[in-house]
Design a protein around this ligand. Structure first.
Ligand SMILES: Nc1nc(=O)c2c([nH]1)NC[C@@H]1CN(c3ccc(C(=O)N[C@@H](CCC(=O)O)C(=O)O)cc3)C=[N+]21
Length: 284
């Protein structure tokens, strides 16, 4: 079988147009969605991501504020900046770019963001709401995966989804969103015995490990749907995922590439969450 390549870039463009329309409507009611991004230190990759987020905000007619803080900033300074943004009526979304320097407690920082402005969907209150199926901000990468599947006409109900990876920002919430949509979910991770026994059962295989070429054709059932969430650099410095794309795409029915797969959807769903926050602020 030769897999259909799911074009995340194209689907992201379509979704962004829809978001831009909604932004226009909201602006006509006097509310311009505003996103604040806090960047601590001078990590090159983080800076690139943050610049992309700013650019996308502008494209969609939303306001964006970049707050840069030096590597040595104290935890208290960061927390008081967040508190200021929590109180700012022009700001509907607050994103603190991760990872943070080692002297800052990430959990404490995430918990200081108002759940009403937590457009990453990382606050424990919002994670709890996601688990219980309440209205919330869904974490952008897992949410992006669900939209990619929906837009590709793939139904999740009743399917066996195997998630490889259990990070708080991708693996764990991805499994939860699939469960919410009535899939059967298996989580695998670095201590799973006989990984392949599990991955070969997957109707939908989600790779979120962070190791290039970790998932090979051997891991995949003929006709499976393969979602690659990895963002790695290979020896040549080229962006690549966790899936050995060439061999797996000969066996899968659908596959997401890296780049232009899940990545562009992550930013798009961040924009969606910021729009949603702005719309909901009217009724608060
Ligand atoms: N608080 C927080 N929220 C995040 O959402 C967050 C974060 N911290 N820290 C870092 C990760 C990583 N991340 C990506 C978003 C988009 C692409 C993306 O658009 N990738 C493009 C390629 C971009 C390129 O060429 O470098 C693609 O896959 O096609 C990648 C990675 C968000 N993150």
């Amino acid at each position: 079988m030769t897999a259909v390549i799911i074009n995340g870039k194209e689907i992201a463009e379509k979704k962004k147009q829809e978001i831009a329309e909604e932004v226009k409507r909201l602006k006509s009611q006097g509310v311009t969605p505003g996103l604040a991004v806090i960047l601590v230190g001078n990590n090159h990759a983080s800076r690139t991501y943050v610049t992309n987020k700013q650019k996308t905000c502008q494209e969609l007619g939303m306001n964006s504020v970049l707050i840069e803080m030096p590597e040595e900033v104290s935890e208290n300074e960061l927390l008081s900046k967040i508190e200021e943004l929590n109180q700012d009526p022009q700001i509907h979304g607050i994103l603190v770019q991760l990872p943070l320097p080692a002297h800052i407690n990430e959990t404490k920082v995430i918990e200081s963001i108002s759940p009403d402005k937590d457009v990453d969907g990382f606050h424990p209150i919002n994670i709890g709401r996601m688990m219980t199926g309440q209205n919330t901000f869904l974490p952008c990468t897992p949410y992006g995966i669900m939209v990619l599947l929906e837009e590709s006409g793939i139904s999740v109900e009743g399917k066996h989804v195997v998630v490889v990876g259990r990070s708080n920002i991708v693996g764990k919430p991805a499994g939860q969103l699939f469960l919410n949509q009535h899939a059967t979910v298996t989580y695998c991770h670095s201590r799973t015995k006989d990984l392949m026994v599990h991955t070969k059962q997957a109707d939908i295989l989600v790779a979120a490990v962070g190791i290039p070429n970790f998932i090979t054709a051997e891991h995949v059932k003929e006709g499976a749907i393969v979602i690659d969430v990895g963002i790695n650099r290979n020896e040549a410095g080229k962006l690549c995922g966790d899936v050995a794309f060439d061999e797996v795409s000969k066996k899968a029915s659908f596959i997401t590439p890296v780049p232009k797969g899940v990545g562009p959807m992550t930013i798009t769903m961040l924009m969606y969450n910021t729009l949603k926050s702005a719309a909901e602020s009217i009724n608060r």
